[in-house]
Every structure is written in structure tokens, then in C-alpha cells.
Design a protein around this ligand. Structure first.
Ligand code: FAD
Ligand code: DLZ
Ligand code: SF4
Length: 510
């Protein structure tokens, strides 16, 4: 008898495991405290994962497979993979266990060590999801010290023949269309509505509360608006390709108080729990572009493919090449606590209030909100990357460590000293003001660096550069920052730094 363990983010119904019905194979999925409690998750994330797991189990049963599903409140639930596997080994006289490669280092190590503990053969197979292997950083950069996303992306565009012409050149003769993308919404621009699914989840919410699982955020009307199965994931993809792709790149970085999601796909949850594959997402979008080149420009589709085939795979490659040490990196030695309003949204800074409120209500914020609003502030304020990581790993519906930590500790906090990014992503109010309408209704003044109601980003920005001069001065991408600062009138500099110190002193109240 073989027991096959399916983790909560391995809900791929097209996995080759399921191509044959076998009476000597039992599949198991388990809702367990070791997974609900390793970080405080958003309530919607736990509910969406349980709903999707339950749906997946009933689909497997329906397809004629044998399934043992353990709910969180099952009296026999030992609440860890190990204790439940022990129970199932005895119950079904199991002689071997199989599992798909876990995406998280913690779980990977745990399962790799379990064979000895359980004294039973255990075999790991591919999850058949990603376009590249765990070892792909080495494949592309063998012997090199720096790992440019662009090099990685081009390598796999060529290798997988995506958006390449017949003579092996990138379609349109260019690899990168960023210059044409990334505009703010014009005045009165209204993006199309988003598809919101409607999964009422009273039973699961009650169970989670009864069992005392600590969660964060809210679940308005106890509903999940994300896809919870493959059919819905495909519907979301189809909607994105039909209505949103045509403006994806152009407004990728735009932020707005009313149109929070803009032209983003909201596919990250479906992708990360593997209900759909990156290849089909990419192929669907490339197909849509080929069908309607008059409506969808290459810049839009290239911008999107870059996120999936580039960033998503690249982050995973960095994760497997650099863990476990990566989780300890703190290049700037930052140690302050995250402001308390990261858990309430109660700040007078309009950009942060919006991004945080939205995250608490929807378990979602788009990339630029994460990078240039919440991440930018945490870095400028000198917050401890451990805390920043825990916040991002908890709050987003799509947060799994392999893609969260590389984005947070790496891209956003530069705590890896430049493995992922070539310079820290920090900005003054200038950038936020250009890309959003947040500043228009803010208590603070985006133009002021000090004095009454001066935007905190402005002084904290210079405080950041000033305090980290020894680490950043030689970075070629930072270029003119320090000469500009040095040319600023000394009195002006003092006022800016004093303003930043004053804000840091009362950070929970600004
Ligand atoms: P879209 O904008 O529609 O993009 C399409 C897809 O591209 C996404 O679904 C995602 O799969 C992929 N993608 C885009 N950008 C990235 C990226 N930088 N890294 C990896 N994949 C990317 N993404 C996660 O999936 N999980 C996380 O825990 C996560 N944490 C983040 C933390 C920080 C600080 C930052 C700056 C980014 C983080 N991201 C994370 C990346 C990105 O913000 C999300 O993938 C994206 O916002 C999800 O929304 P969407 O599906 O609408 O994306
Ligand atoms: C995130 C999560 C949560 C909240 N709960 C469960 C669970 O109860 N059972 C489970 O199998 N998986 C869960 N997950 C997803 C796992 O944390 C994820 O599969 C691992 O981190 C590997 O990526
Ligand atoms: Fe954010 Fe500053 Fe703009 Fe207010 S003024 S919204 S705090 S950037």
C-alpha cells in the first residue's frame, strides 16, 4: 500500500499521479496546526487554502481515487505531518510514502528527515508545476557571482521558445518594453471590473475560530473571492486575457484609491497552490496576443510573461540556491519593530492606510503597493527584516515562503545585500505621487521635506541614505545620490535629518 501526501499548495489535478486509478494507493490531505501556526496568516488565506484542499479531495474521490482527508477538528488529527502519517501507516498498513517536492525549505527538510523517523521508504517526485528546476540558478549562472533577472529570463525565453521568432530572436526585436509601460491612470480612467468569486465559508471560519487558530485581517461577509479550484482559476485567466491583458503593462505600476487592483490578474493564489500552471498562463496570454495584435501590443504581453517566466521562476531559483542562510540576512542591520499600524491601517499616511486597509480586507495588494508603499516605508524606517518577512508571509493570500522571502528580504528590503536587486527600492513621495492619486487626499504634503505635515517618506529617504553611506556610496546604480546630498545646504540637511528622527521617535502615531 502506498500513501501519497498532498500538501495544501499542491492542488494540481493534472499531476501524473492521478492519471491512473489504483486501489493500492491512498491520497491524503491534512489541515494541521503546524501549517496554520508557523506564522500568523490572514484569515482569508487559511480559509481559501482549506476550501481549495477540500474541493480538491472531493474531486479526487469523484474521479475514483481513494482519499483520506483530515480536517482541523478531526479528533484523531495529530496536527503535524509526522503524527498523522504515523496514524495512516497503521490504519492502512502502508509500506511506502510518496510526496511531491515541497516548495518550502522548512517542509522539505522535515519530510526528507521523516523516512528515518517513520522507518518507511519515502520517495519525492516532481510537482510538475514549474518551468525551471530548483537548481536553475546554477544552470544559468554557473561560476558567476551575480545573478541578473534579465539574463535568467532571456535564457529561459530561448530555451522554452516563448515569444521568440523563427530565427531565434525575441519577437518584435526587443527583450524589454518597460520604457513603454508603467504609467499612472489618466484622469477619469476606469479599469474594467474584476471577477470576484463568491464562496461563503461559515463552517470553516467557525471551525478555525473554535480551534483557536490565531489569524490576522478580515473576511468580509465570510466570503472568499479568489478561485478555489481549477475551473475557476481558468475562468480568472480567461477574463484576464480577454479584458485586462491589453493594458497590463501600461498600468502595471499605477495605484489608485478607488481602483486598487487595476489591470492585475489576481492569479497568484491559483498559481501558487498549483491549480493552474505557469506554462498554460503564459501560453494563454501569448495566444490572446496573437489573436488580437491590433488590440494587445507586444509590450503588454511581454510585460506579463516577464513576471511569470522571469520573476516567479527566478525567485524560486534564488530561494533554493540560497536557503537556509538567506532567511538570516540583514545587510543594513535593521532592528526596529514594524509600526503597529501595519496591523490596523490606522495611520495618517494615505498611501499606507490604503495599501494596508486593502491588504487586511482582501489579503491582496499589487506589486507596487507591496514594493513602493509598505516595503519602501519599512526599509526607510529601518525595520527588522524578520518582522517584515513575517508580515508579508502572513498577510497575502499568495504568500508562500519561496516567493515571499525573496521578494521581501531580497527585492524589497535589500537585506541580501544585492543578490536579487542591484539597488534598494526606496523613494520619496515623488514616486508615489506620480504613480497614484494617494497624495491628493493625504494629511501630509508630498512636496515638503520638513516642517509641519511634511511627508515622512521625504525625510526618511535621506535619513536612510545618510545612515547607510558606507554600504551604499560605492553602488554604481545609486550614482548621483551622495553628490546631490553633499551639495544640499548643511542647514537644510540638518532639518531633513531632524525631521526624520522626529518621525522615527513617534512612528506608531504618524
Ligand atoms: P500580476 O501583477 O497580475 O502578475 C502576474 C503573476 O506574475 C503573479 O500572479 C505572480 O505569479 C507573478 N509575479 C509578478 N511579480 C512577481 C514577483 N516579483 N515575484 C514572483 N512572481 C511574480 N508574490 C507571490 O506570489 N507571493 C508572495 O508572497 C509575494 N510577496 C511579495 C512581497 C513583496 C514585498 C513584494 C514586493 C512582492 C511580492 N510578491 C509575491 C510578488 C507580486 O507582488 C505578486 O506576485 C503579485 O502582486 C500578485 O498579484 P497578481 O496575481 O495580481 O499579479
Ligand atoms: C499555508 C497552509 C496552511 C495555512 N495550512 C495548511 C494545512 O493545514 N495543510 C497543508 O497541507 N498545507 C497548509 N498550508 C500550505 C503549506 O504551508 C505549504 O504546503 C508548505 O509551506 C509547503 O510550501
Ligand atoms: Fe504617502 Fe506622503 Fe503621498 Fe501622503 S504625501 S500619500 S504619506 S507619499
Amino acid at each position: 500500500m502506498t500513501l501519497r501526501l498532498i500538501l495544501g499548495d499542491q492542488l494540481n489535478p493534472n499531476h501524473s499521479w492521478y492519471s491512473e486509478k489504483k486501489t493500492d494507493v491512498i491520497y491524503t490531505l491534512m489541515e494541521i496546526r503546524s501549517e496554520t501556526d508557523y506564522v500568523v496568516h490572514h484569515i482569508q488565506k487559511v480559509v481559501a487554502i482549506f476550501l481549495s484542499m477540500r474541493h480538491f479531495a472531493s474531486e479526487l474521490l469523484h474521479r475514483g481515487h481513494r482519499v483520506h482527508y483530515i480536517t482541523l477538528d478531526d479528533p484523531d488529527n495529530g496536527q503535524t505531518f509526522e503524527s498523522n502519517l504515523k496514524l495512516l501507516i497503521n490504519k492502512y498498513s502502508i509500506t511506502q510514502i510518496e510526496y511531491q517536492e515541497p516548495d518550502e525549505y522548512r517542509v522539505d527538510v522535515k519530510l526528507a528527515n521523516m523516512q528515518k523517523i517513520l522507518n518507511i521508504p519515502m520517495r519525492m517526485v516532481s510537482s510538475e508545476h514549474f518551468l525551471t528546476g530548483r537548481n536553475s540558478l546554477n544552470e544559468v549562472f554557473s561560476g558567476k557571482k551575480s545573478y541578473l533577472l534579465e539574463t535568467y529570463y532571456r535564457h529561459f525565453r530561448k530555451k522554452l521558445n516563448i515569444l521568440m521568432d523563427e530565427s531565434g530572436r525575441p519577437e518584435g526585436g526587443r527583450w524589454n518594453f518597460d520604457a513603454e509601460n508603467r504609467k499612472p491612470f489618466p484622469k477619469n480612467h476606469v479599469p474594467p471590473p474584476q471577477i470576484m468569486f463568491d464562496h461563503r465559508a461559515d463552517d470553516i471560519v467557525d471551525m478555525i475560530k473554535r480551534q483557536g487558530v490565531k489569524t490576522l485581517g478580515y473576511i468580509p461577509e465570510r466570503k472568499i473571492s479568489y478561485p478555489i479550484n481549477r475551473k475557476e482559476s481558468l475562468k480568472l485567466l480567461d477574463y484576464f486575457a480577454t479584458y485586462l491583458l491589453e493594458n497590463f503593462g501600461t498600468f502595471q505600476d499605477a495605484m489608485h484609491t478607488q481602483y486598487a487592483i487595476g489591470y492585475h490578474s489576481r492569479l497568484s493564489f491559483a498559481l501558487n497552490v498549483k491549480m493552474i500552471s505557469p506554462l498554460e498562463v503564459v501560453q494563454r496570454c501569448v495566444h490572446e496576443w496573437r489573436q488580437r495584435p491590433d488590440k494587445i501590443s507586444l509590450a503588454q504581453v511581454e510585460g506579463f510573461v516577464r513576471q511569470i517566466l522571469g520573476w516567479r521562476e527566478y525567485m524560486r531559483a534564488i530561494y533554493w540556491a540560497k536557503m537556509p542562510d538567506y532567511a538570516l540576512l540583514n545587510y543594513f542591520g535593521h532592528h526596529c519593530s514594524l509600526p503597529t499600524w501595519y496591523w490596523t491601517g490606522k495611520t495618517q499616511m494615505n498611501c499606507l492606510r490604503h495599501a494596508i486597509d486593502q491588504s487586511l480586507n482582501m489579503a491582496y495588494a499589487h506589486h507596487i503597493q507591496r514594493l513602493m508603499v509598505t516595503g519602501n516605508f519599512a526599509l526607510l524606517a529601518g525595520c527588522n527584516p524578520d518582522e517584515v518577512d513575517r508580515w508579508y508571509l502572513g498577510i497575502y493570500i499568495d504568500a508562500f515562503e519561496w516567493v515571499e522571502i525573496t521578494n521581501t528580504r531580497g527585492m524589497s528590503q535589500f537585506a541580501d545585500g544585492g543578490i536579487v536587486g542591484t539597488k534598494p527600492y526606496v523613494s520619496t513621495a515623488n514616486y508615489i505621487n506620480r504613480m497614484s492619486n494617494y497624495c491628493q487626499s493625504c494629511f501630509y504634503d508630498p512636496k515638503k521635506r520638513y516642517g509641519e505635515r511634511a511627508c515622512p517618506y521625504n525625510s526618511l529617504y535621506w535619513h536612510f541614505y545618510n545612515r547607510h553611506r558606507p554600504l551604499l556610496e560605492k553602488n554604481p546604480r545609486i550614482g548621483m545620490m551622495y553628490p546631490t546630498w553633499d551639495k544640499t545646504d548643511p542647514d537644510e540637511r540638518k532639518k531633513i535629518l531632524n525631521q526624520a528622527e522626529a518621525y522615527l521617535d513617534v512612528i506608531n502615531e504618524i
